[in-house]
Design a protein around this ligand. Structure first.
Ligand SMILES: *Cc1c(COP(=O)(O)O)cnc(C)c1O
Length: 389
Protein backbone atom coordinates (compact mmCIF):
# COMPACT_ATOMS: atom_id res chain seq x y z
CA UNK A 1 0.00 0.00 0.00
CA UNK A 2 1.30 3.42 -0.92
CA UNK A 3 1.59 6.04 1.77
CA UNK A 4 -1.13 8.69 1.83
CA UNK A 5 -0.03 12.19 0.87
CA UNK A 6 -3.30 13.76 -0.29
CA UNK A 7 -6.84 13.77 1.12
CA UNK A 8 -9.46 15.66 -0.89
CA UNK A 9 -12.32 17.49 0.81
CA UNK A 10 -14.74 15.71 -1.51
CA UNK A 11 -14.12 13.19 -4.30
CA UNK A 12 -17.31 12.65 -6.26
CA UNK A 13 -15.73 10.16 -8.64
CA UNK A 14 -15.62 7.60 -5.81
CA UNK A 15 -19.41 7.87 -5.63
CA UNK A 16 -20.10 8.11 -9.36
CA UNK A 17 -17.66 5.61 -10.87
CA UNK A 18 -19.62 2.51 -9.77
CA UNK A 19 -22.84 4.07 -11.12
CA UNK A 20 -21.41 5.03 -14.52
CA UNK A 21 -23.29 2.44 -16.62
CA UNK A 22 -26.62 3.41 -15.03
CA UNK A 23 -25.90 7.13 -15.32
CA UNK A 24 -25.00 6.72 -18.97
CA UNK A 25 -28.20 4.79 -19.62
CA UNK A 26 -30.25 7.50 -17.90
CA UNK A 27 -28.58 10.18 -20.00
CA UNK A 28 -29.23 8.23 -23.19
CA UNK A 29 -32.85 7.72 -22.19
CA UNK A 30 -33.43 11.47 -21.96
CA UNK A 31 -31.56 12.31 -25.16
CA UNK A 32 -33.28 9.51 -27.08
CA UNK A 33 -36.71 10.67 -25.92
CA UNK A 34 -35.88 14.34 -26.60
CA UNK A 35 -37.89 15.16 -23.50
CA UNK A 36 -35.92 17.74 -21.54
CA UNK A 37 -38.50 19.84 -19.70
CA UNK A 38 -40.72 18.25 -17.01
CA UNK A 39 -42.33 14.97 -18.11
CA UNK A 40 -42.05 11.51 -16.59
CA UNK A 41 -38.38 11.73 -15.54
CA UNK A 42 -39.30 14.61 -13.22
CA UNK A 43 -42.54 13.11 -11.88
CA UNK A 44 -40.88 9.72 -11.25
CA UNK A 45 -38.11 11.40 -9.29
CA UNK A 46 -40.59 13.55 -7.37
CA UNK A 47 -42.59 10.49 -6.35
CA UNK A 48 -39.46 8.70 -5.13
CA UNK A 49 -38.48 11.78 -3.10
CA UNK A 50 -41.99 12.07 -1.63
CA UNK A 51 -41.71 8.48 -0.44
CA UNK A 52 -38.21 8.89 1.02
CA UNK A 53 -39.14 12.11 2.81
CA UNK A 54 -42.62 10.95 3.88
CA UNK A 55 -44.33 13.99 2.41
CA UNK A 56 -47.47 14.36 0.35
CA UNK A 57 -45.85 16.66 -2.19
CA UNK A 58 -42.28 16.80 -3.49
CA UNK A 59 -41.79 19.39 -6.21
CA UNK A 60 -38.61 19.37 -8.29
CA UNK A 61 -37.12 22.84 -8.73
CA UNK A 62 -34.08 24.51 -10.24
CA UNK A 63 -31.98 24.81 -7.05
CA UNK A 64 -32.10 24.89 -3.28
CA UNK A 65 -32.00 28.68 -3.47
CA UNK A 66 -35.03 28.72 -5.77
CA UNK A 67 -36.85 26.29 -3.50
CA UNK A 68 -36.55 28.91 -0.73
CA UNK A 69 -37.68 31.73 -3.02
CA UNK A 70 -40.61 29.66 -4.26
CA UNK A 71 -41.71 28.76 -0.71
CA UNK A 72 -41.69 32.43 0.28
CA UNK A 73 -43.54 33.41 -2.94
CA UNK A 74 -46.26 30.83 -2.28
CA UNK A 75 -46.72 32.37 1.17
CA UNK A 76 -46.98 35.84 -0.37
CA UNK A 77 -44.05 37.16 1.67
CA UNK A 78 -42.76 40.55 0.56
CA UNK A 79 -41.96 44.12 1.62
CA UNK A 80 -42.77 44.88 5.25
CA UNK A 81 -42.61 41.22 6.28
CA UNK A 82 -39.96 39.78 8.57
CA UNK A 83 -38.48 36.30 8.28
CA UNK A 84 -36.38 34.91 11.13
CA UNK A 85 -33.33 32.88 10.12
CA UNK A 86 -29.88 31.97 11.38
CA UNK A 87 -26.90 34.11 10.43
CA UNK A 88 -24.47 31.18 10.45
CA UNK A 89 -25.66 29.47 7.26
CA UNK A 90 -25.20 29.55 3.50
CA UNK A 91 -26.14 32.87 1.93
CA UNK A 92 -29.26 31.60 0.12
CA UNK A 93 -31.23 31.18 3.37
CA UNK A 94 -31.40 34.94 3.85
CA UNK A 95 -30.80 35.94 0.24
CA UNK A 96 -34.17 34.43 -0.70
CA UNK A 97 -35.89 36.64 1.87
CA UNK A 98 -34.21 39.81 0.61
CA UNK A 99 -34.84 38.98 -3.03
CA UNK A 100 -38.58 39.19 -2.33
CA UNK A 101 -38.23 42.54 -0.58
CA UNK A 102 -38.83 41.11 2.90
CA UNK A 103 -36.46 41.59 5.83
CA UNK A 104 -34.28 38.80 7.19
CA UNK A 105 -34.10 38.89 10.99
CA UNK A 106 -30.90 37.16 12.04
CA UNK A 107 -30.62 35.19 15.25
CA UNK A 108 -27.69 33.52 16.95
CA UNK A 109 -26.67 29.86 16.87
CA UNK A 110 -25.86 27.26 19.51
CA UNK A 111 -22.14 26.93 20.28
CA UNK A 112 -21.87 23.12 20.05
CA UNK A 113 -23.93 22.01 17.04
CA UNK A 114 -24.06 25.45 15.38
CA UNK A 115 -27.76 25.21 14.65
CA UNK A 116 -30.26 28.00 15.22
CA UNK A 117 -30.80 28.87 18.89
CA UNK A 118 -34.55 28.23 19.31
CA UNK A 119 -34.90 30.57 22.30
CA UNK A 120 -33.30 33.40 20.33
CA UNK A 121 -35.65 32.67 17.43
CA UNK A 122 -38.73 32.87 19.65
CA UNK A 123 -37.48 36.09 21.22
CA UNK A 124 -37.11 37.70 17.78
CA UNK A 125 -40.80 37.35 16.86
CA UNK A 126 -42.67 40.60 16.19
CA UNK A 127 -46.14 41.31 14.72
CA UNK A 128 -44.42 41.47 11.32
CA UNK A 129 -42.93 37.98 11.52
CA UNK A 130 -44.38 35.88 8.70
CA UNK A 131 -42.00 32.93 8.63
CA UNK A 132 -38.98 31.29 10.20
CA UNK A 133 -36.31 29.39 8.31
CA UNK A 134 -34.51 26.95 10.60
CA UNK A 135 -31.53 25.42 8.75
CA UNK A 136 -30.53 21.81 9.37
CA UNK A 137 -26.88 22.74 9.32
CA UNK A 138 -24.14 20.31 8.30
CA UNK A 139 -26.66 17.46 8.09
CA UNK A 140 -28.19 17.67 11.56
CA UNK A 141 -31.75 18.70 12.30
CA UNK A 142 -32.26 21.97 14.09
CA UNK A 143 -34.42 21.89 17.24
CA UNK A 144 -37.88 22.22 15.71
CA UNK A 145 -40.45 21.54 18.44
CA UNK A 146 -40.56 25.07 19.93
CA UNK A 147 -40.66 26.63 16.45
CA UNK A 148 -43.43 24.34 15.21
CA UNK A 149 -45.48 25.06 18.33
CA UNK A 150 -45.06 28.80 17.86
CA UNK A 151 -45.85 28.54 14.16
CA UNK A 152 -49.12 26.78 14.94
CA UNK A 153 -50.10 29.16 17.70
CA UNK A 154 -49.32 32.37 15.82
CA UNK A 155 -49.76 31.44 12.18
CA UNK A 156 -46.06 31.78 11.39
CA UNK A 157 -44.85 29.55 8.55
CA UNK A 158 -41.89 27.28 9.26
CA UNK A 159 -39.68 26.66 6.22
CA UNK A 160 -37.11 23.96 6.92
CA UNK A 161 -33.94 24.67 4.94
CA UNK A 162 -32.85 21.05 4.56
CA UNK A 163 -30.35 21.71 1.74
CA UNK A 164 -27.60 19.98 3.72
CA UNK A 165 -29.73 17.34 5.37
CA UNK A 166 -31.71 15.14 2.97
CA UNK A 167 -32.60 11.96 4.84
CA UNK A 168 -31.86 13.41 8.28
CA UNK A 169 -34.47 12.94 10.97
CA UNK A 170 -36.01 14.97 13.77
CA UNK A 171 -37.70 12.89 16.47
CA UNK A 172 -37.97 9.98 14.05
CA UNK A 173 -39.45 11.94 11.14
CA UNK A 174 -37.58 13.00 7.99
CA UNK A 175 -36.62 16.67 7.99
CA UNK A 176 -38.56 18.67 5.45
CA UNK A 177 -41.76 16.84 6.41
CA UNK A 178 -42.50 18.74 9.63
CA UNK A 179 -42.72 22.41 8.72
CA UNK A 180 -44.99 24.30 6.34
CA UNK A 181 -42.37 23.65 3.67
CA UNK A 182 -39.07 21.82 3.35
CA UNK A 183 -36.41 22.93 0.87
CA UNK A 184 -33.61 20.74 -0.50
CA UNK A 185 -30.62 21.23 -2.78
CA UNK A 186 -29.00 18.83 -5.22
CA UNK A 187 -25.87 20.99 -5.59
CA UNK A 188 -23.06 18.49 -6.29
CA UNK A 189 -21.55 18.72 -2.79
CA UNK A 190 -24.82 18.02 -0.97
CA UNK A 191 -25.61 14.54 0.33
CA UNK A 192 -27.68 13.77 -2.77
CA UNK A 193 -25.68 15.72 -5.33
CA UNK A 194 -26.75 16.15 -8.92
CA UNK A 195 -24.74 16.92 -12.03
CA UNK A 196 -25.34 20.64 -11.96
CA UNK A 197 -27.98 22.63 -10.10
CA UNK A 198 -31.26 21.26 -8.79
CA UNK A 199 -33.54 21.39 -5.78
CA UNK A 200 -36.77 20.24 -4.21
CA UNK A 201 -39.68 21.82 -2.36
CA UNK A 202 -41.77 19.66 -0.04
CA UNK A 203 -45.07 20.22 1.74
CA UNK A 204 -47.94 18.26 3.24
CA UNK A 205 -50.48 20.91 2.18
CA UNK A 206 -52.40 20.37 -1.07
CA UNK A 207 -53.23 24.03 -1.68
CA UNK A 208 -49.68 25.25 -1.06
CA UNK A 209 -48.32 22.52 -3.35
CA UNK A 210 -50.75 23.46 -6.10
CA UNK A 211 -49.72 27.11 -5.94
CA UNK A 212 -46.02 26.16 -5.87
CA UNK A 213 -46.43 24.04 -9.00
CA UNK A 214 -48.14 26.92 -10.80
CA UNK A 215 -45.51 29.48 -9.72
CA UNK A 216 -42.74 27.06 -10.79
CA UNK A 217 -43.78 27.63 -14.41
CA UNK A 218 -44.39 31.38 -14.63
CA UNK A 219 -47.65 31.23 -12.68
CA UNK A 220 -49.51 29.81 -15.64
CA UNK A 221 -52.41 27.37 -15.52
CA UNK A 222 -53.34 26.34 -18.12
CA UNK A 223 -50.35 27.26 -20.25
CA UNK A 224 -50.35 30.95 -21.28
CA UNK A 225 -53.04 31.87 -18.70
CA UNK A 226 -51.42 33.65 -15.76
CA UNK A 227 -53.12 34.15 -12.42
CA UNK A 228 -49.81 34.88 -10.71
CA UNK A 229 -46.41 36.19 -11.69
CA UNK A 230 -44.17 33.18 -11.18
CA UNK A 231 -40.83 32.26 -12.65
CA UNK A 232 -38.91 29.45 -14.25
CA UNK A 233 -38.10 27.29 -11.25
CA UNK A 234 -38.12 23.91 -13.01
CA UNK A 235 -35.85 20.93 -12.36
CA UNK A 236 -34.27 19.67 -15.61
CA UNK A 237 -35.48 16.26 -16.79
CA UNK A 238 -31.83 15.30 -17.25
CA UNK A 239 -31.00 16.11 -13.63
CA UNK A 240 -34.08 14.23 -12.47
CA UNK A 241 -33.10 11.14 -14.46
CA UNK A 242 -29.52 11.17 -13.17
CA UNK A 243 -30.61 11.85 -9.59
CA UNK A 244 -33.03 8.92 -9.83
CA UNK A 245 -29.97 6.69 -10.31
CA UNK A 246 -28.39 7.99 -7.09
CA UNK A 247 -31.51 8.22 -4.93
CA UNK A 248 -31.80 4.46 -4.15
CA UNK A 249 -28.23 4.56 -2.78
CA UNK A 250 -28.90 7.53 -0.58
CA UNK A 251 -29.46 5.57 2.64
CA UNK A 252 -26.14 3.76 2.18
CA UNK A 253 -24.32 7.06 1.59
CA UNK A 254 -25.85 8.48 4.77
CA UNK A 255 -24.82 5.37 6.71
CA UNK A 256 -21.26 5.65 5.41
CA UNK A 257 -21.11 9.28 6.50
CA UNK A 258 -22.33 8.28 9.97
CA UNK A 259 -19.64 5.60 10.19
CA UNK A 260 -16.97 8.06 9.08
CA UNK A 261 -18.11 10.57 11.72
CA UNK A 262 -18.01 7.89 14.42
CA UNK A 263 -14.53 6.87 13.29
CA UNK A 264 -13.24 10.46 13.41
CA UNK A 265 -14.63 10.77 16.93
CA UNK A 266 -12.84 7.59 17.95
CA UNK A 267 -9.55 8.69 16.36
CA UNK A 268 -9.67 12.11 18.04
CA UNK A 269 -10.34 10.46 21.39
CA UNK A 270 -7.44 8.02 20.89
CA UNK A 271 -5.16 10.94 20.03
CA UNK A 272 -6.21 12.64 23.28
CA UNK A 273 -7.46 15.69 21.39
CA UNK A 274 -11.15 15.55 22.18
CA UNK A 275 -12.78 13.17 24.61
CA UNK A 276 -15.96 11.77 23.05
CA UNK A 277 -18.63 13.57 25.07
CA UNK A 278 -21.64 11.54 26.13
CA UNK A 279 -24.97 12.71 24.84
CA UNK A 280 -25.89 16.04 23.35
CA UNK A 281 -23.44 18.90 23.53
CA UNK A 282 -25.16 21.56 21.47
CA UNK A 283 -24.39 24.00 24.26
CA UNK A 284 -20.76 22.99 24.67
CA UNK A 285 -17.84 25.29 23.97
CA UNK A 286 -14.29 24.16 23.35
CA UNK A 287 -12.22 23.45 26.43
CA UNK A 288 -9.61 21.01 25.13
CA UNK A 289 -7.36 21.47 22.09
CA UNK A 290 -10.37 21.04 19.83
CA UNK A 291 -14.11 20.57 20.00
CA UNK A 292 -15.87 17.86 18.03
CA UNK A 293 -19.12 18.64 16.24
CA UNK A 294 -22.17 18.53 18.51
CA UNK A 295 -24.15 15.40 17.74
CA UNK A 296 -27.58 15.71 19.31
CA UNK A 297 -30.02 14.27 16.80
CA UNK A 298 -29.85 10.52 16.12
CA UNK A 299 -30.73 11.17 12.47
CA UNK A 300 -27.61 13.27 11.70
CA UNK A 301 -26.47 12.63 8.10
CA UNK A 302 -23.11 14.44 8.30
CA UNK A 303 -22.93 16.60 5.19
CA UNK A 304 -19.96 18.16 6.97
CA UNK A 305 -17.73 17.21 9.89
CA UNK A 306 -16.92 20.56 11.46
CA UNK A 307 -14.44 20.83 14.31
CA UNK A 308 -13.80 23.93 16.36
CA UNK A 309 -10.49 25.33 17.54
CA UNK A 310 -9.97 27.62 20.56
CA UNK A 311 -9.30 30.71 18.41
CA UNK A 312 -8.91 32.06 14.88
CA UNK A 313 -5.12 31.98 14.92
CA UNK A 314 -5.11 28.27 15.66
CA UNK A 315 -7.90 27.55 13.16
CA UNK A 316 -6.16 29.41 10.34
CA UNK A 317 -2.81 27.88 11.30
CA UNK A 318 -4.27 24.39 11.32
CA UNK A 319 -5.86 24.90 7.91
CA UNK A 320 -2.52 26.04 6.45
CA UNK A 321 -0.69 23.16 8.07
CA UNK A 322 -3.18 20.65 6.68
CA UNK A 323 -2.96 22.20 3.21
CA UNK A 324 0.82 21.82 3.31
CA UNK A 325 0.31 18.16 4.26
CA UNK A 326 -2.10 17.58 1.36
CA UNK A 327 -5.35 17.68 3.35
CA UNK A 328 -8.12 19.86 1.92
CA UNK A 329 -10.45 21.56 4.38
CA UNK A 330 -13.02 24.33 4.18
CA UNK A 331 -14.38 27.14 6.33
CA UNK A 332 -18.16 27.18 6.52
CA UNK A 333 -18.71 30.11 6.88
CA UNK A 334 -16.01 32.76 7.26
CA UNK A 335 -18.41 35.72 7.65
CA UNK A 336 -21.83 35.28 9.24
CA UNK A 337 -24.63 36.76 7.19
CA UNK A 338 -25.49 39.63 9.57
CA UNK A 339 -22.01 41.06 8.93
CA UNK A 340 -22.12 40.78 5.13
CA UNK A 341 -21.84 44.13 3.32
CA UNK A 342 -25.12 43.56 1.45
CA UNK A 343 -27.01 43.47 4.76
CA UNK A 344 -25.22 46.48 6.30
CA UNK A 345 -28.39 48.58 6.18
CA UNK A 346 -30.08 46.18 8.60
CA UNK A 347 -27.93 47.64 11.37
CA UNK A 348 -26.14 44.63 12.81
CA UNK A 349 -22.54 45.06 13.97
CA UNK A 350 -19.67 42.96 15.22
CA UNK A 351 -20.81 41.58 18.57
CA UNK A 352 -24.52 41.48 17.63
CA UNK A 353 -24.55 37.67 17.42
CA UNK A 354 -21.46 36.54 19.35
CA UNK A 355 -21.88 32.77 19.09
CA UNK A 356 -22.00 32.62 15.32
CA UNK A 357 -19.28 35.26 15.00
CA UNK A 358 -17.02 33.06 17.08
CA UNK A 359 -18.00 30.00 15.07
CA UNK A 360 -17.05 31.79 11.85
CA UNK A 361 -13.60 32.42 13.30
CA UNK A 362 -12.91 29.01 14.79
CA UNK A 363 -14.56 26.22 12.78
CA UNK A 364 -12.98 23.98 10.17
CA UNK A 365 -14.67 21.35 7.98
CA UNK A 366 -12.72 18.12 7.45
CA UNK A 367 -13.05 15.68 4.54
CA UNK A 368 -16.13 13.46 4.87
CA UNK A 369 -17.77 11.69 1.92
CA UNK A 370 -18.76 8.16 0.91
CA UNK A 371 -15.58 6.41 -0.19
CA UNK A 372 -13.24 8.22 2.22
CA UNK A 373 -11.05 5.48 3.72
CA UNK A 374 -10.17 4.86 7.39
CA UNK A 375 -6.49 5.26 6.40
CA UNK A 376 -7.19 8.70 5.00
CA UNK A 377 -9.07 9.62 8.18
CA UNK A 378 -6.13 8.43 10.29
CA UNK A 379 -3.81 10.55 8.15
CA UNK A 380 -6.01 13.63 8.70
CA UNK A 381 -6.13 13.10 12.47
CA UNK A 382 -2.37 12.42 12.63
CA UNK A 383 -1.66 15.71 10.88
CA UNK A 384 -4.01 17.59 13.22
CA UNK A 385 -2.39 15.91 16.19
CA UNK A 386 1.09 16.88 14.95
CA UNK A 387 0.02 20.51 14.61
CA UNK A 388 -1.65 20.78 18.00
CA UNK A 389 1.01 19.04 20.06
C1 LIG B 1 -26.58 24.75 -0.59
C2 LIG B 1 -27.52 25.49 0.28
C3 LIG B 1 -28.59 26.25 -0.24
C4 LIG B 1 -28.75 26.56 -1.69
O1 LIG B 1 -28.81 25.50 -2.53
P1 LIG B 1 -28.41 25.67 -4.08
O2 LIG B 1 -28.94 24.43 -4.70
O3 LIG B 1 -26.93 25.79 -4.15
O4 LIG B 1 -29.08 26.89 -4.59
C5 LIG B 1 -29.47 26.83 0.65
N1 LIG B 1 -29.32 26.69 1.98
C6 LIG B 1 -28.31 25.99 2.51
C7 LIG B 1 -28.22 25.86 3.99
C8 LIG B 1 -27.37 25.38 1.68
O5 LIG B 1 -26.36 24.70 2.23
Amino acid sequence: MTAITQVPLLDLSRIHAPLMPELTAAFEGIVTANSYIMGSAVTTFEQACAELLQVKHAIGVSSGSDALVLALMVLGIGPGDEVICPSYTFFATAGAVSRLGATPVFVDSLPGCHNLNPEAALAAVTPRTKAMIPVHLFGQSAELAPLLALGQAQGIAIIEDAAQAIGAAYQGRPVGSLGTFGTFSFFPSKNLGGFGDGGLLTTQDDALAEKARILRTHGSKPKYYHHYVGGNFRLDALQAALLSVKLPHHAIYAQQRQQLAAHYTQLFAQAGLAPATEGCHCQATATGPLQLPGNCQPGHVWNQFVIRLPNKTQRDGLQQHLKAQGVDTAIYYPIPLHLQPCFAELGYRAGSLPVCEQAAETTLALPIFPGLTPEEQAYVVDQISAYLS
